[in-house]
Design a protein around this ligand. Sequence first.
Ligand code: ATP
Ligand code: MG
Length: 227
Amino acid sequence: MDILKAINLTKIYGEAETKVEAVKNASFTVSKGEFISIVGPSGSGKSTLLNLLGALDHPTSGKVYIDGRDIVTMREKELSVFRRRNIGFVFQAFNLVPELNVEENMMLPLLLDYKKPDRVYMNELLDILGLRERKHYLPNQLSGGQQQRVAIGRALATKPALILADEPTGNLDTKNSRDVIDLLKLSVERYNQTLIMITHNPNFASVADRVLNVEDGVVMELGGTAQ
Ligand SMILES: Nc1ncnc2c1ncn2[C@@H]1O[C@H](COP(=O)(O)OP(=O)(O)OP(=O)(O)O)[C@@H](O)[C@H]1O
Ligand SMILES: [Mg+2]
């Protein structure tokens, strides 16, 4: 079953001499449960593509369907609820709320939805992320790597169907990076989630089921044409 379908997705920034075709006519589908990695040089359009897939940015043309829903034409209000319930985002910038502690930051998407956090699952996440002893700390009392792990915990807290991650290990050392990838993989397998992850690390790209290569805005399946 397809969880995501992109059709002729194009994003153009600017006009005339400042015009940048960041994503050019990308079409591909992602099945439920797949782990896709996105690779490609800096400035090739990876983040732009991911933002389009998560409806954080609006395409110049083309379509994105998530679970059969057209997210391009969805209204902003409906979209923000849809995103919160179905997509977990992990960015390089953690976007943690400075006034909330580790646990509160992780539970925020649930609380915004008036959902009761699953205590057992939250504790499991805190354990796996190595944050249990830090759960009452504020973001500014944490290292960069710890903040990144809180952001990952927040993305996983709602058990979203789709996880979109933009270099989630960009600020971590090798050991922590490996742990984070293992955690994401574990979560994906256990909850039958789908993970689309941008990475510059060829080792992490190779643990994915499929690799999409972005070059100069063109998205290609590595070893063939994107389907
Ligand atoms: N808001 C914007 N306005 C104008 N141009 C933009 C904007 N965002 C991105 N671009 C341009 O689109 C192109 C693709 O950028 P993008 O951030 O998607 O690259 P990337 O592959 O994620 O690079 P990196 O690996 O360095 O993160 C770049 O040339 C960039 O300058
Ligand atoms: Mg980027």
